[in-house]
Design a protein around this ligand. Structure first.
Ligand code: SF4
Length: 230
């Protein structure tokens, strides 16, 4: 099985816990106003290689024993769910104690086999309110994101929830407080503790469109967002 792979970083310390091989698949199904990698959105691009799972496995092997696992990101890696499943199965079969994480926008439902195989998901919960979500992403509904959140919490497979926090006076808003309250409510409903929450300050670098000229979210604003976690 093959998938379009934009790049592989042999050893990354910013794509989940520990040192990991990060694999970036091409293509995304939504259009976030704050996307800083818009070149990853089209499914096909001239500068992107089609690689097989075995090609990727060869790259992963080069990192052993220096990596704790792999993280597959994008674009949106769940556009290539069968590839992901085969890759995770083969990485686990290497018997090198490598964990397999997916970094996902949550808009494709994780299948049962993938829920069993993935060790954790870095799940973007970009907005809670449907209208905020739609304005931010251009996608009609975030119901699947909420369903994934619940399914993953029940399996104890939320590595972290990620929220990009926009400045308050920008042209588009995020409902960070509502996301935090929503995640808390779903965790409580599932009888699970609040997952790790990772609040990320918006940065305009690479962003095109409405938010291209919007300044970075200030440290002071981030402190206010962080206070919602208390
Ligand atoms: S989900 Fe990620 S890759 Fe897709 S548009 Fe949003 S920020 Fe960009």
């Amino acid at each position: 099985m093959k998938a379009p792979v934009r790049k592989i970083i042999g050893q990354s310390t910013v794509d989940g816990p520990g040192n990991r091989t990060a694999i970036f698949l091409q293509g995304c199904n939504i259009r976030c106003a704050y996307c800083h990698n818009p070149e990853t959105q089209p499914l096909h691009a001239d500068d992107v290689e089609m690689l097989s799972v075995d090609d990727v496995i060869e790259e992963v092997k080069k990192g052993i024993p220096f990596i704790r696992g792999i993280t597959v990101s994008g674009g949106e890696c769940m556009m290539h769910q069968p590839f992901l499943l085969e890759l995770f199965r083969k990485v686990h079969a290497l018997d090198a104690k490598l964990s397999c994480l997916a970094d996902s926008n949550g808009t494709f439902l994780f299948s049962e086999p993938l829920l069993s195989e993935v060790d954790g998901v870095l799940l973007d919960v970009k907005a809670w309110d449907a209208s905020v979500w739609k304005e931010l992403t251009g996608s009609p509904t975030n119901e699947v994101v909420k369903q994934n959140l619940k399914n993953l919490l029940l399996r104890d497979k939320v590595a972290e929830v990620r929220i990009v926090c926009l400045p308050k006076d920008g042209p588009i808003q995020t409902d960070v407080e509502a996301v935090i309250a929503g995640v808390k409510a779903v965790a409580s409903e599932c009888g699970r503790p609040m997952p790790k929450m990772h609040l990320i300050a918006f940065r305009p670098h690479g962003v095109v469109g409405t938010l291209a000229e919007t300044p970075m979210t200030s440290a002071e604003e981030m402190r206010v967002y962080e206070s919602f976690l208390q």
